[in-house]
Write a protein that binds this ligand. Structure first.
Ligand SMILES: Nc1ncnc2c1ncn2[C@@H]1O[C@H](COP(=O)(O)OP(=O)(O)OP(=O)(O)O)[C@@H](O)[C@H]1O
Length: 205
C-alpha cells in the first residue's frame, strides 16, 4: 500500500536519508528516533512535500512522481507545524482541501470536527486559532477524500486530553484497512493506537 525504494535526501552537505526503502501493508506504524535524525524529512518526502534527491515512492501502487494526482488522492498528510492559510476560516480551509483533492466534504469530516470540539471554530480565521485548534483542524482534514495512506508527524503534540483520545479512536478505526504512519516521541500514544514501532535507524543506510 505504501512502498518506497532507495530514497535519498541531503540538505547541503548533510545527508539525512540514505537509500531508505520499505513496504508497508495495512496497519499502524510509529517511526521512532532521536531529534534531528530524519523522521519528518522522510514523512515529507513520502507526502511529496519535500523533494527527494533520488528514489521512488508508490502510494496504493501509484507512483508519486509519475502519477502524482492519483497518488495524492490516496494520501493524507498532517505535518507537525500546520501550514494553514491565516486568512481562511476553518470551514474554508476544509473546502479548499476537498477542492484540491477533487472530492466533496463528507459528513464524516464534519463529524470528526465536532468530536474534536471544533464546531465553534469552523467560522474562525485560521490565523486567529490557537495552535492546538489549528492542529485539530489539520488532523480532521486528513480524513477528507479516500486516503488509504495516512501520514502524521507528531500527531499528539499540543492536543488536549479529550482530543488525544478522539485521535486514538479514529486511528485505531482506520488501521485495519489503511496504512497509518506516524512519527512520534510519545510512546504511550504509539501503544494506544496499536502501532508497530519502527526504529528510524533500521530504515536508514
Ligand atoms: N529545510 C531544511 N533545511 C536544512 N536542514 C534541514 C531542513 N529540514 C530539516 N533539516 C535538517 O535535517 C535533519 C533531520 O531533520 P528532521 O526534522 O527530519 O528530523 P526529525 O527526526 O523529524 O526530528 P524531530 O524528532 O526533532 O522532529 C536535521 O538535522 C535538520 O536540522
Amino acid at each position: 500500500m505504501l512502498r518506497f525504494e532507495q530514497v535519498c535526501k541531503s540538505y547541503g552537505a548533510k545527508s539525512v536519508l540514505r537509500n531508505v526503502s520499505h513496504h508497508f501493508a495495512c496497519g499502524a506504524f510509529a517511526l521512532r528516533g532521536p531529534n534531528g535524525i530524519g523522521k519528518s524529512t522522510l514523512l515529507g518526502v513520502l507526502a511529496g512535500a519535500v523533494e527527494a534527491d533520488s528514489g521512488t515512492v508508490w502510494i496504493d501502487k501509484q507512483s508519486l512522481r509519475d502519477a502524482s494526482i492519483a497518488a495524492r488522492a490516496r494520501l493524507a498528510y498532517a505535518p507537525d507545524e500546520c501550514p494553514v492559510y491565516p486568512f481562511m476560516t476553518g470551514r474554508e480551509l476544509l473546502a479548499f482541501v476537498a477542492f484540491a483533492k477533487r472530492c466533496t466534504l463528507a459528513a464524516e469530516v464534519l463529524d470528526i470536527c465536532a468530536r474534536f470540539g471544533l464546531g465553534n471554530h469552523l467560522d474562525t480565521r485560521c490565523g486567529d486559532m490557537s495552535l492546538g485548534t489549528q492542529k485539530k483542524l489539520m488532523l480532521a482534514a486528513a480524513w477528507i477524500g479516500e486516503p488509504c495512506v495516512m501520514l502524521f508527524d507528531e500527531p499528539s503534540n499540543g492536543l488536549d486530553a479529550a482530543a488525544r483520545l478522539v485521535l486514538i479512536e479514529l486511528l485505531r478505526a482506520r488501521s485495519g484497512n489503511n496504512v497509518i504512519l506516524v512519527s512520534t516521541h510519545d510512546h504511550e500514544f504509539a501503544h494506544a493506537i496499536g502501532a508497530t514501532v519502527i526504529e528510524f535507524d533500521t530504515l536508514n543506510g
